[in-house]
Design a protein around this ligand. Structure first.
Ligand SMILES: CC(C)(COP(=O)(O)OP(=O)(O)OC[C@H]1O[C@@H](n2cnc3c(N)ncnc32)[C@H](O)[C@@H]1OP(=O)(O)O)[C@@H](O)C(=O)NCCC(=O)NCCS
Length: 169
């Protein structure tokens, strides 16, 4: 299993991975809209020369109180082809993705999803860091991970995803 940056020739396969994993086109369309925007990151999991998983990060901003130099990313989406799920590929994509984000000097990552799953990677409820989601979601489903300890110490407010997300439904 190899995790690498998405290449131009992966675009169609990545689209397919998202459609098959989510059973709809929304996430694939979102990735297609976000691709190429500054501070977006797209990685794929490759097994036997086949792309079987994908993860994407895009920039978010905090509307509220926060240092203007703080760089935060949103993790979304992450997808693994059904036949390859529950083999650790999703976890590998998330762990390696987060490491790369930290290496690129991003200070925190937010995610909307299952607390049981994302707490494995160190994510905790965003509200405990005084951050809330712009979408109407259960409090525990919106999570944040500091990549740089204390980065969110003086922050509070609403986390806003790129406008491309509002076209997601
Ligand atoms: C979520 C997803 C990427 C995980 O990939 P994966 O390769 O199966 O993940 P791993 O093998 O590393 O980990 C599997 C573990 O995560 C858990 N898990 C996966 N998705 C979960 C979810 N939505 N809620 C809770 N737990 C989840 C599984 O129960 C499993 O736990 P176990 O090992 O204790 O049985 C994959 O299931 C997927 O593509 N799902 C459809 C798309 C999706 O919902 N993406 C996440 C939202 S952005």
């Amino acid at each position: 299993m190899n995790i690498r940056t998405e290449k131009p020739e992966d675009v169609a396969t990545v689209r397919n991975v998202n459609i098959v994993a989510f059973g709809r086109e929304n996430e694939a369309n979102l990735v297609d809209r976000l691709r190429g925007i500054a501070s977006t990151f797209s990685w794929v999991a490759v097994q036997s020369d086949q792309v079987v998983g994908h993860i994407f990060f895009s920039p978010v901003v905090i509307a509220g109180k926060c240092s203007s130099t703080l760089s935060i990313l949103g993790l979304a989406p992450v997808a693994v082809l059904p036949n390859y799920q529950r083999q650790g590929i999703g976890s590998l994509l998330i762990r390696e993705g987060l490491q790369e984000c930290a290496r690129s000097h991003f200070q925190a990552v937010v995610v909307l999803g299952s607390p049981d799953f994302y707490s494995r990677f160190g994510f905790g409820t965003a509200s405990s860091k005084m951050l809330r989601c712009e979408y109407d979601v259960p409090d525990e489903a919106f999570m944040v991970l500091e990549l740089e300890r204390g980065a969110l110490q003086d922050c509070s407010g609403m986390v806003k995803y790129r406008s491309e997300f509002s076209l997601c439904e």
